[in-house]
Write a protein that binds this ligand. Structure first.
Ligand code: PEP
Ligand code: MG
Length: 601
């Protein structure tokens, strides 16, 4: 009887889910806007959970049948994808899937899985997940890049079988390709490599349980005006694909199965948001240069990672590319590009930017950005590990090819190079020697290759002169500088309160860097997220910075705001702010300042 009651209770709860009960969740908005749409629930495969979730099986034949079913389904999917891509003449991508198809058809590949099943007599998902992990460890430590790249295909093939066993769809291929209307994308979390492969055109809004303001998904969404809510534990379990969802990217509210009145009121809000950010209005400013009210010039450039963003940069009036995140180009590929393919990408960007300056950052890999076709390191603390220039200096062939794709372009386009995550002069010298060698070999005069470095590690910010004598320009990466100064990982949403972008200590450092660099006639720019927020930008300009790089869509907003203020006032404001004791005091100061300037205008 008690069991009957319990079953009834569970089915009632399930029914209330199916009945589309209205629910509200509250999280934190990391990208403004309003989104209304049907949910698409993305479920990454949790290998850990599959490894842990092991149970012995007596009926081996049943597991073999399941495996057979999943393999047949995978085979059919791969043949269909390969055919479709060949018809569309996307031969290169088609080839990737063709390799996976071959693998899945390979008798020894299937036999190997079966052998493990006979040996372990555990559920088939566990057998496969354990096998992937073992292979992953083995492949990652291999130096030969070609062999390491092969792992990507093997991993993808295994993942496809797993997805078919578990009836999970894959975000990168099936669901995103099939959907016609833009969706509200829901996931527990998104890895940078997933983000790089998302089709943002088909995304209205995003709900991720874990994410931070500085994460890649936030950075990209902000630039595209896509609302993103995070810190919503349980959202991914609650929202199913197809559920109607509203995201209020101003308050952090999520409404599942909204009522008709809410839908129409939010539709209005969305219209308003679109009108406010409508390109035609903002782009009216594009042709004007940025000046404060009293005439001080501030250079506004764009942070980009693709040709599409380069075009946006132009339409929003960017004076150049202040930061080209080259790793985003790599992350959009399934295999390591050749020197020619990579150079072709930069040439296209240069073509779009039409003689405007382009600062290409050398690959900033490691930490949160790993690529399946490149070597990764097992590290306890990757944010403090082998990243940026450290990674490149350990993978010299990659570094050599990467720089070789850029350096010859300096002869024909205003392209310059910036080195990420430099922490010592020794690393800087090693990287500069590599640049000199390539210049010699490719007969490019070293003088025409301008080389700068990111200032994103406190040790560098506090010891500038020795670095400054070796480079042509600096770019302050406040996203990382803040995480290292406050010892708060930028990917951890729970630590938001410690990452204080406009804390007095940041302003004091920025003022000092601007002063020391000016004494030596070297240019300093800021390309962290704070550069795109009008009031923070006001503090940076007042601290002596006259070059900012940001999301393309922030350019007109910052330009308009800086045009309302006088540099002489911003200087006083920044000086006062730098002497305060906390970020909250600075916020109060900024609030008063913006109120006064509204009254004055
Ligand atoms: C930074 O650290 O501020 C920066 C701009 O670089 P990224 O966000 O790519 O690390
Ligand atoms: Mg950085």
């Amino acid at each position: 009887m008690a069991v009957d009651n319990a079953i009834r209770k569970v089915s009632l709860t399930m029914e209330s889910f199916r009945k589309k009960v209205r629910r509200e969740l509250y999280g934190e908005s990391i990208s403004e806007g309003v989104a209304i749409g049907d949910a698409l629930h993305y479920k990454p495969i949790a290998l850990d959970a599959l490894e842990m979730n092991s149970f012995p099986v007596d009926d081996i034949q049943k597991e073999l049948d399941r495996l057979e079913y999943a393999i047949t389904k995978s085979r059919n999917q791969l043949s269909a994808i390969t055919q479709r891509l060949q018809q569309k003449h996307s031969a290169e991508i088609g080839a990737i899937f063709a390799v996976q198809l071959q693998l899945i058809q390979d008798h020894s590949f299937i036999q190997e899985i079966k052998d493990h099943l006979y040996e372990k007599r555990m559920n088939i998902e566990h057998v496969i997940a354990t096998e992937i992990r073992k292979l992953e460890k083995r492949f990652k430590s291999i130096d030969d890049e070609m062999i390491r790249t092969k792992f990507l295909d093997i991993q993808d093939a295994y993942h496809r079988i797993l997805r078919n066993l578990l009836e999970i769809e894959h975000v990168r291929t099936n669901p995103m390709q099939r959907i016609e209307k833009p969706v509200v994308f829901v996931s527990e979390k998104l890895l940078p490599s997933d983000v790089a492969l998302l089709d943002f055109k088909k995304i209205e809004g995003i709900i991720i349980e874990e994410g931070s303001r500085l994460s890649h998904v936030a950075v990209i969404s902000k630039s595209l005006g896509i609302a993103v809510i995070t810190k919503t534990p349980g959202a991914a379990a609650l929202i199913r694909s197809g559920d109607k969802v509203i995201i209020d990217g101003y308050t952090g509210k999520v409404i599942i199965h909204p009522q008709a009145a809410e839908l129409s009121s939010y539709r209005e809000k969305r219209e308003h948001f679109i009108a406010k950010t409508r390109p035609s209005i903002l782009r009216a400013q594009a042709s004007k240069l940025c000046r404060t009210k009293d005439g001080r010039r501030v250079r506004l450039e764009a942070n980009i990672g693709s040709e599409k963003e380069a075009r946006e940069a132009i339409s929003y009036g960017a004076e150049g590319v202040g930061l080209l995140r080259s790793e985003l180009f790599y992350m959009s590929l399934a295999h390591q590009p050749t020197v020619d393919q990579e150079r072709e990408f930069y040439k296209k960007i240069a073509g779009i930017m039409k003689q405007r300056q382009i600062t290409i950052r050398a690959l900033d890999l490691g930490a949160d950005k790993s690529l399946p076709f490149l070597k990764t390191y097992e590290e306890d603390n990757p944010q403090l590990g082998i990243r940026g220039v450290r990674y490149l200096l350990r993978n010299r062939e990659l570094f050599y090819n990467h720089l070789s794709s850029i350096i010859p372009l300096c002869k024909t386009a205003p392209v310059r190079i910036i080195l990420p995550f430099v922490s010592t002069v020794e690393d800087l010298d090693r990287a500069l020697r590599m640049i000199e060698r390539i210049c010699r070999e490719q007969q490019v005069e070293r003088e025409i290759v301008q080389v700068g470095m990111m200032v994103e590690i406190p040790a560098v910010a506090l010891c500038l002169p020795s670095f400054l004598s070796r480079v042509d320009f600096l770019n302050i990466g406040t996203n990382d500088l803040v995480q290292y100064l406050f010892a708060a990982s930028r990917e951890d949403s729970d630590l938001e309160e410690y990452r204080q972008n406009t804390h007095p200590v940041i302003l004091r450092l920025v003022r000092n860097i601007a002063r020391v660099a000016a004494l030596r006639g070297k240019e300093v720019s800021i390309c962290g997220e704070i550069a795109g927020e009008p009031l923070s930008a006001a503090l940076l300009v007042g601290s002596g910075i006259n070059s900012l790089s940001m999301q393309p869509s922030s350019i007109p907003v910052v330009k308009e705001a800086l045009g309302r203020w006088c540099y002489c006032d911003l200087k006083k404001l920044a000086k006062k702010a730098a002497l305060l004791e906390s970020s909250s005091k600075i916020e109060q100061l900024l609030e008063e300042f913006s109120k006064q300037s509204e009254i004055g205008s």
